[in-house]
Design a protein around this ligand. Structure first.
Ligand code: IPM
Ligand code: MG
Length: 362
């Protein structure tokens, strides 16, 4: 089993280091190879996604990814910006299905800004389409860009676009996932305004005919944003496009207390996957050793389950995380009165210790 490790920028290197220690603690004989990506790759090779990095990712069974980006690259031409690395990986590996589960750990009920009764027991799954939509439509103005901006331009546009097969396959992923859960799918669109999302809605409705055992409802994205904070537990699986999924998954993350807790899996049609925390590179706290590594550690668990066929090892990581939270350790983002504040490394240590102890006691 080969894992391509791409830590990236900012807190990416710190949190991925902890996830690797956790993987090592499982004693499963993975082959891991690390490569530069994002701003780090731009510094070293002049491109955020060098050929060698892409090759490594393509050849691996799974990719463990940290985060990319830093404000200092805001002046680069868009194709050279760190974010293009993750977009390029998603596109080149065909990672169209993005799973972002928002689970509220009982121990973190108080870390959320919402009332405990609204989020206690929360377990929703956002399925975001990841290789289409306005993210990959034709942008205008690249040729005339100066330092990544368009001085004096009179207009700018990006095009929102979906094809039938793109919507069909993500709809199927959502219905299949719902079958393993509470059998409810909410398709989020903006069909009242956008052609692309009327099309989306029609196709999801068509595909639904093959899944009569799953309940489907449709919701406009503005309403979905509101319902997520009003009554989040009403949702089971949410399926939506790339742009809306980007926004709603950040919102859903905060229901769980912190975006530092939210893992993600991005899969292609052969179950090859890229695993990354849903949060970004957080340059403001990079290098300080305070970032929460749990989203990345939980992403590693998803990697074991989805791409490496190691469900039991994934369970071990997830129970170790629960154990550590129950013991009261918290990084700054999830800290609350009465708990113990720890740094990135100590949090990683604690998860490793919980895993190792489990091995000894069988
Ligand atoms: C995410 C991020 C990315 C996105 C950025 C870094 C390109 O926000 O994974 O949610 O917009 O998809
Ligand atoms: Mg995002």
């Amino acid at each position: 089993m080969k894992i391509a490790v791409l830590p990236g920028d900012g807190i990416g290197t710190e949190i991925v280091a902890e996830a690797i220690r956790v993987l090592d603690a499982l004693d499963l004989n993975f082959e891991m190879e690390t490569a530069l990506v994002g701003g780090a790759a731009y510094e070293a090779h002049g491109h955020p996604l060098p050929e060698a990095t892409l090759k490594l990712a393509k050849e691996a069974d799974a990719v463990l990814f940290g985060a990319v980006g830093d404000w200092k690259y805001d002046k680069l031409d868009r194709p050279l910006r760190p974010e293009q690395a993750i977009l390029g990986l998603r596109k080149n590996l065909g990672l169209f299905a993005n799973f972002r589960p928002a689970i509220c750990y009982e121990q973190l009920v108080d870390a959320s800004s919402l009332k405990p009764e609204l989020i206690s027991g929360l377990d929703i799954l956002i399925i975001r389409e990841l290789t289409g939509d306005i993210y990959f439509g034709q942008p205008r103005g690249r040729r005339t860009a100066v330092d990544g901006h368009f001085p004096g331009a009179e207009e700018a546009f990006d095009t929102m676009r979906y094809s039938r097969p793109e919507v069909e396959r993500i709809a199927r992923v959502a219905f299949e996932a719902a079958r393993k859960r509470s059998k409810r799918v909410t398709s989020v669109d903006k069909a009242n305004v956008l052609e692309t999302f009327q099309f989306w809605k029609d196709i999801v409705t068509e595909v639904h005919k093959d899944y009569p055992d799953v309940e489907l409802d449709h919701m406009y994205v503005d309403n979905a944003a509101m319902q997520l904070v009003k009554a989040p537990k009403k949702f089971d699986v949410i399926v939506t496009g790339n742009m809306f999924g980007d926004i709603l998954s950040d919102e859903a993350a905060m229901l769980t207390g912190s975006i530092g807790m939210l893992p993600s899996a991005s899969l292609n049609s052969s179950n090859q996957g890229l695993y990354e925390p849903s949060h970004g590179s957080a340059p403001d706290i990079a290098g300080k050793g305070v970032a929460n590594p749990l989203a990345t550690i939980l992403s590693a668990a998803m990697m074991l389950r989805f791409s490496l066929n190691q469900a039991e090892a994934a369970d071990r990581i997830e129970s170790a995380v629960k154990h550590v939270l129950a013991s009261g350790l918290r990084t700054g983002d999830i800290w609350s009165e009465g708990t113990k504040r720890v740094g990135t490394r100590e949090m990683g240590d604690a998860v490793v210790a919980a895993i190792t102890k489990k091995t000894i006691t069988g």
